[in-house]
Design a binder for this molecule. Structure first.
Ligand code: GAL
Length: 418
């Protein structure tokens, strides 16, 4: 804890020094996993914004959707006593690093810029530790989306599906048309992204009981069995080469009409936009059938590590400040597919899917139907998240023939991980 408060004083001093022009902010070394076309386009908005402020960018990309590989690389850097300046991080991982005393303190810039009043409480739960700001939220992604190729949907003669039976009817028509109904990447975090939505579709109270409260009766009960049975059904609409496919390659299958739809967070929209596709014309964005009115979210945050030197600390404060500026919040999220981390950013520059995303988030926040995504580290700590990954992926890989046995296994795996 001593190191913690030492960091607090030095970051504050660095901020004051840098604003007084005494310690020029140095470059920032940033560890992230934004390597797909859409992600890189959004990242460039941040790099250029910082360059305009005289802050150079030392890139440390670690490819791998969902960030598992990036977190492994981070652990190695910190163990070697050489943490990056800033790290893209999700939810409970931020809290775990804060518990280790590894993160710097951003209170000075947060208080100077009034973050407490404009960052939603659901994000602050992860951006702060012990009442101190230790990360700067960049965005709010949500995961219960379906991205549908509009020509493929129109060819079915059916409307946008609003429940599981209507979804199956659309998928069957797409299969008859000879395209891959569901574009999927067989990686644990992607399997879990679909399962987040299936659990949410069983009911918001049920999602909270199972994936936030970790209630054993919910995890092993009938509704969870029903969610797994639906996952087994959806698995029958994947193509034979889905195993190991990167998420953005699955997005490309929908973009080019080879597949009908993808169940994925709204970073997928960044791929459609990068490909020049237009919402409502080339693709439609809908909430996963049965989850309308609710949102499972994940927020990309930059956690600032304890680094030595006033110049590095000034650069951290300047990066955090740049990230939270309303203008940047709009420019970045328009490209990334997410929505702003601040509640005071207008939706003027967002497309129809972005506008829907912002509206859905505000309404879910008010209605109490906004939940952290288990698949993306906002439902429970990593040990529990990984325990759910193991069972969900086993179901996708055909190791369970019925939902009830999978639900029993899930309850046991989560109990063992706590
Ligand atoms: C999520 C992250 C997104 C995007 C996605 C695919 O966890 O929040 O920004 O990177 O992974 O890699």
């Amino acid at each position: 804890m001593r190191g913690y408060f030492k960091a607090k004083m030095t970051v504050a001093a660095a901020l004051l020094a840098s604003t007084a022009g005494m310690a020029a902010a140095e470059d920032v070394e940033v560890l992230h996993w934004w390597t797909s076309g859409g992600e890189a386009a959004a990242l460039n908005v941040l790099k250029e914004d910082l360059a305009g402020k005289g802050i150079g960018w030392v890139d440390m990309p670690v490819a791998g959707g969902g960030g598992e590989a990036a977190m492994t690389a981070l652990r190695a850097r910190v163990t070697a006593g050489d943490p990056p300046t800033a790290v893209q991080m999700l939810g409970f991982d931020i809290q775990d690093w804060a518990k280790e005393g590894a993160l710097g303190n951003l209170d000075a810039v947060a208080q100077a810029e009034g973050w407490d009043a404009v960052i939603p409480a659901a994000l602050q739960a992860f951006s702060k530790y012990d009442g101190h700001w230790i990360a700067a939220p960049v965005n709010v992604h949500s995961t219960n989306w379906v991205w549908i190729n509009k020509a493929a949907l129109d060819a079915t003669g059916l409307g946008e599906p609003t429940n599981f039976d209507e979804l199956v009817a659309v998928l069957d028509k797409m299969k008859e048309a000879g395209i891959t109904p569901i574009a999927h990447g067989g990686q644990a975090w992607q399997d879990a992204t679909i399962f987040d939505a299936l659990v949410l579709a069983e009911g918001t109270d049920f999602y909270k009981a199972a994936f936030v409260d970790l209630d054993p009766a919910a995890l092993g009960g009938e509704k969870m069995a029903a969610a797994f049975d639906k996952l087994i059904k959806l698995r029958s609409y994947f193509d034979d080469n889905f195993s190991g496919r990167d998420w953005n390659l699955a997005s490309a299958m929908v973009i080019n009409g080879e597949a009908g739809m993808q169940f994925m967070g709204d970073w997928a929209k960044g791929e459609f936009l990068k490909a020049g596709k237009v919402p409502g014309t080339d693709f439609v964005c809908i909430r996963f059938p049965g989850t309308q009115g609710a949102v499972t979210f994940n927020s990309d945050q930059f956690a600032m590590f304890n680094v030595q030197g006033e110049g590095k600390q000034a650069a951290q404060a300047a990066m955090a400040s740049a990230i939270e500026s309303p203008a940047f919040q709009s420019a970045f999220n328009v490209v990334k597919g997410s929505v702003p981390a601040r509640t005071d950013v207008p939706d003027t520059d967002f497309d129809d899917c972005g506008k829907k995303g912002m509206k859905d988030l505000a309404e879910a926040n008010t209605a109490g139907t906004l939940f952290g995504s288990m698949a993306h580290g906002h439902g429970a700590p990593a040990a529990v998240k990984n325990a759910t990954y193991d069972v969900i992926t086993a179901v996708v890989n055909g190791e369970y023939s019925d939902g009830a046995s999978a639900a029993t296994a899930l309850a046991e795996a989560v109990a063992a991980a706590q």
